[in-house]
Design a protein around this ligand. Structure first.
Ligand SMILES: [Fe+2]
Length: 268
């Protein structure tokens, strides 16, 4: 299989990670997937955090880098991210990878993505990786990032991941996959077996929500690029005890609001 379409075996997520405790997090949470190296989006998210009706923590679930092919910008973003919750995306995983495996960007694109788009994606990641190496930017700390994060937010059991529950770059939570009844049943069974109320994910650059019987799968698409047709703003996922006045989606689950917020970063 071609680079960019391949899902490497080390992207597999061991099910035992879902058996561990989901620690209490009695504070709101922003889940920021796919910042894609956009410092203006991060500026706006930090400002949103200050304006939020309640205290919120920031949680990044991968692909924080992408268009930041500049040593100062890359390192500045790293400094700004280091004090927050973080987990791995395929962009970070492929910056870490050594050897001569032809993985490309690690996006593991499905057949519905054009070969031209896959080639562009591989080229962007190659350029980013060359910049990191030539500038000798240390990325060893990415080894410490897990593939998933778990929280109990005001009693709601939350799983944060990048692609899907099986693979770091899985497309099982894409708009197309979440329309399939078989996949919906599979997710319902998975979430029931680990008592997971909400899965928050990203990776596909296309926002989608699946509302199950008592569960929710919410994919923000991307925080640092436009993800809704005709709207250049990114999106982030918010969990809080108080409804956010600007949420474009809001669902109350067990006294917790699970929402989508626009990231209307400065385009100038
Ligand atoms: Fe990704």
């Amino acid at each position: 299989m071609r680079p960019g379409r391949l899902c490497p075996s080390d992207y597999a997520i061991e099910e035992k990670v879902y058996e561990k405790d989901f620690p209490d997090h009695d504070k709101g949470l922003y889940i920021i997937g796919g910042l894609y190296g956009n410092p203006y989006a991060l500026d706006e998210i930090e400002a949103m955090q200050v304006r939020d009706p309640e205290p919120v923590s920031l949680c990044f679930n991968g692909d924080t880098h992408w268009f930041d092919c500049d040593p100062d910008l890359f390192q500045d973003l790293e400094e700004r991210l280091n004090c927050h919750y973080r987990s791995l995306g395929n962009v970070e995983a492929e910056l870490l990878r050594t050897g001569d495996q032809e993985i490309g960007c690690g996006c593991a694109y499905p057949s519905s993505t054009s070969d031209a788009a896959v080639s562009r994606s591989n080229a962007i990641h190659k350029r980013l990786k060359e910049m990191v190496r030539e500038s000798q930017i240390p990325v060893d700390s990415f080894q410490n990032l897990g593939k998933v994060q778990v929280f109990t937010v005001y009693g709601l059991r939350l799983l944060v991941l990048h692609g899907d529950e099986k693979f770091l770059a899985g497309w099982g939570c894409s708009a197309e996959s979440l329309q399939e009844p078989g996949r919906q049943q599979e997710l319902e069974a998975f979430m029931e077996s680990y008592q997971i109320d909400v899965i928050a994910c990203t990776h596909t650059c296309s926002q989608v929500i699946y509302e199950g019987k008592a569960t929710l799968v919410i994919n923000n698409g991307s925080a640092g690029m436009g993800t809704l047709a005709g709207d250049p703003a990114g999106l982030i996922i918010r969990l809080g005890q108080v409804a956010h006045p600007d949420a474009i989606y809001s669902k109350k689950m067990n006294h917790v609001y699970v929402e989508l917020l626009r990231v209307a970063y400065d385009l100038d």
